[in-house]
Each structure stands twice: as structure tokens, then as C-alpha cells.
Design a protein around this ligand. Structure first.
Ligand SMILES: *Cc1c(COP(=O)(O)O)cnc(C)c1O
Length: 395
């Protein structure tokens, strides 16, 4: 059996999305900026895709800028808010300790330029509260940027409450919603969101394409200079096949959202209940406000990379944390941020599901994971020390 349980890293494309792309490779290949009929046909497709994305977020089409993905959208949103803040002598930004690197590294760049960043603590409940945001806001705060939902541990942040706090204080609010769009109900107006990043390949669309929602009137700064595409805010000939595929995937995900949420979260809960039976294990992330597809555990006395390789040999594709940090020996900054010590953080497993998974696959994961954990513990010197009392159990 082959089980793909790494949907937080990327998803399989839906047939709907593939079908929506094909015409723009071999028929409607025009440049949307060309004035002739082939170009204008492409322009119509671009407009239609923009309208679809806007409908799914509850905004106007003119508030959507297409980008090369979630990372670019995060960079542009944060850098824009920082430039705007600096003009008014506001150089303080609020974020969280468990953001994606697209956000964290952009903030680190700004810190080198003299911005001050408050990273909200996420140990309590593996989440943040709107109260924490409120207490961190200062007269010189120019931006609050918090993710909508965490890619490693699945916690869903209280976005509407944070949005309300920011609106009340007159501070701009950006959210990296890459893990949430297509999976959770979002309305940027009701939730007082000024900017929101999304990425096609996290909801069965293509890779290398995403979007930034920007509230009308917010002064966006270009990070790519050139032509006047995307209302002059993002130069470069549009990735029309990608944009049409992403819009089709999003429309499909939004149409089936309630059914997908119910089915995927039932599979998630079965996995969590089953894996919790493994001794000296702990669930990572908010147990209640949690992405429908996220299962994240730490198992004491084992090494996450070995666990992954053995699971792969048994047909299960999983992750130890985020795809972006695998390959590095440092434990995940997210697991450290929620208070897991190094040894425990190294024994992590993330299973991320989608509506393409089946109950049989969940049963297979529940059969093989406890076996693999037990085997790795049987050959682990750390586990032996724990067992004969030379080391103390943490979990
Ligand atoms: C995947 C991901 C990104 C990056 O999106 P890309 O389209 O791969 O650049 C950013 N933030 C979060 C939370 C993600 O999960």
C-alpha cells in the first residue's frame, strides 16, 4: 500500500485543476497584455481566475495580486507594511515564534535594517491569543503578521479576534494563510484582514503560483520591477496556466469544504487517538483549534529521520516537520517554540492528510507506525538509558 500523508508539504493536483490549465498551454497561449484577440482571450481567462479567487476569500477581484507562490506573497506583504511604517517612523512589528521561514527570514532581514520584532510566545496551548497581540501593540507598531494556521503542528490561530484587535488599534494585519486557504472558511472582510498570502500547491493546485490579497488602498511595494502587470504591483508576464489551475482548484476546494473538513478531520481524529496509545508520546499543536488534516507527534527515545525512512519503506510518506527544514540537523524551530526540548523535538512525526486519503490508508498507518517506533526504540541507546533509569522520561 502506498499512502501519501505529506499534504502540508504539497498536494497532488486535482483533475479539475489539470483540465483548467491545459488550454493555456496549447490553445490560448496569448500574453494577457497583448492587444490582439489571442491576448485578449488570455486576459479574459486571467480576469475570470481573479474573480474566482476573490469570491473564495470574500474580497474584490482588484484586491488580488498573483505571485509565484506563498513565499513571494509573504515577502511582499511584510516588506510593504514595513516601508509604509518607516515613512511614519513606525518600526515595530509583531509576529509569532512559530511562523514559516518565508515570514521569519523576511522579519530577520528587517531587524538588520533597524526594525524591532516581537515574537509572541506559543508555549501556552501551542497557540497565541488575541490578548497577547493586544498587549504587544505599541504606538510605533506598523504591522501584525501571524500565520492563519501552522504548517507543522496544525494550530489554527484566532484570526478574527486578532483582526479585530488590529483594526481597533489602527495597525495593519497580514496573515500567512497558506495552510488555511482551501481548507477553512475565510472571509477577509469579516475577519478584518488587510493582507493574506496563499499558495496553489497546498490545495491541489499547481506549484509555483500563489496570490496576495491586499485591502484596497493599502500601499503595496513591488519586489519585482518591470512591466505594469498586476496593476503595476508585480511585474512579469502572468503564469496563466498556473493561475487558471490554482483558481479552479480553489473553487473546487471551497465548493466541497464542509464535506472535506468533516471527512478529513474524522481521519485525523482516528490517527490521533491511535498514535496517542504509543507510550511516551505527545501530540503537538492545539488539540481543539486544529487543521482538519494535521497530526503531529513527538515520540521519546527515537530519531525522526529514521522513523521517516522506515515508514517510507512501509509505504507511508510522512514528514518530521516542515519540508523546508528537513535535511538540516537542527530541530524544528516550531517544536522548540512550543517548548519541546531538543531530544524530544528530534523524535517528531507529521502526518498531513487530504480528502484524497482513505480509511484503509489510516488503518495502514496505524498498523505500521507503532511497530516502527517500537523497533527504533529497541535499538536506541537513549531508550535503553530511559528504561534503566539512567535518564528521566520527559514525555
Ligand atoms: C508552503 C508554505 C509557504 C510557502 O509557500 P510556497 O508557495 O511554497 O512558496 C508559506 N507559508 C506556509 C505556512 C506554508 O505552509
Amino acid at each position: 500500500m502506498h499512502v501519501y500523508a505529506d499534504n502540508a508539504a504539497t498536494t497532488a493536483m486535482s483533475q479539475t485543476a489539470i483540465d483548467a490549465m491545459v488550454p493555456y498551454f496549447n490553445g490560448i497561449y496569448g500574453n494577457p497584455s497583448s492587444l490582439h484577440s489571442v491576448g485578449q482571450e488570455a486576459k479574459e481567462a486571467l480576469d475570470a481566475a481573479r474573480a474566482k479567487v476573490a469570491r473564495c476569500l470574500g474580497c474584490e477581484p482588484r484586491e488580488i495580486i498573483f505571485t509565484s507562490g506563498g513565499s513571494e506573497a509573504d515577502n511582499q506583504a511584510i516588506l510593504s507594511a514595513a516601508r509604509y511604517g518607516a515613512r511614519k517612523n513606525k518600526r515595530h512589528i509583531i509576529s509569532t515564534a512559530f511562523e514559516h521561514h518565508a515570514v521569519l527570514h523576511t522579519l530577520q532581514k528587517l531587524e538588520k535594517e533597524g526594525f524591532e520584532v516581537t515574537y509572541l510566545d506559543v508555549k501556552q496551548g501551542h497557540n497565541v491569543t488575541a490578548r497577547q497581540v493586544q498587549e504587544a501593540i505599541r504606538p510605533d507598531t506598523c504591522l501584525v503578521t501571524t500565520m492563519y494556521a501552522n504548517n507543522e503542528i496544525g494550530s489554527i490561530l484566532p484570526i478574527a479576534e486578532i483582526g479585530a484587535v488590529c483594526r481597533e488599534a489602527g495597525v495593519s494585519f497580514h496573515t500567512d494563510a497558506v495552510q488555511a486557504v482551501g481548507h477553512l472558511h475565510i472571509n477577509v472582510k469579516e475577519q478584518n484582514i488587510d493582507m493574506l498570502s496563499l499558495s496553489g500547491h497546498k490545495f491541489h493546485g499547481p506549484k509555483g503560483v500563489g496570490a496576495l490579497y491586499v485591502r484596497k488602498g493599502f500601499p503595496l511595494v513591488n519586489i519585482i520591477e518591470g512591466g505594469a502587470q498586476e496593476r503595476g504591483k508585480r511585474a512579469g508576464t502572468e503564469n496563466l496556466p498556473g493561475i487558471c489551475g490554482m483558481a479552479a482548484a480553489l473553487e473546487e476546494s471551497c465548493a466541497n469544504m464542509d464535506a472535506n473538513m468533516a471527512r478529513v478531520s474524522a481521519m485525523r481524529d482516528k490517527l490521533i487517538a491511535g498514535l496517542s496509545q504509543i507510550p511516551h508520546s505527545a501530540l503537538n499543536g492545539d488539540p481543539v483549534n486544529r487543521l482538519p488534516g494535521n497530526v503531529s507527534f513527538c515520540f521519546e527515545g527515537i530519531e525522526g529521520e529514521s522513523l521517516l525512512l522506515l515508514l517510507d519503506a512501509k509505504g507511508v510518506c510522512a514528514s518530521s516537520g516542515s519540508a523546508c527544514t528537513s535535511g538540516s540537523l537542527d530541530p524544528s524551530h516550531v517544536l522548540l517554540a512550543i517548548g519541546r526540548v531538543h531530544d524530544v523535538a528530534h523524535g517528531s512525526l507529521r502526518l498531513s492528510l487530504s480528502e484524497y486519503n482513505t480509511d484503509e490508508e489510516i488503518d495502514h498507518i496505524l498498523r505500521v507506525t507503532p511497530e516502527v517506533v517500537a523497533y527504533l526504540r529497541s535499538i536506541s541507546p537513549v531508550w535503553r538509558d530511559l528504561q534503566n533509569g539512567k535518564r528521566q522520561y520527559i514525555l
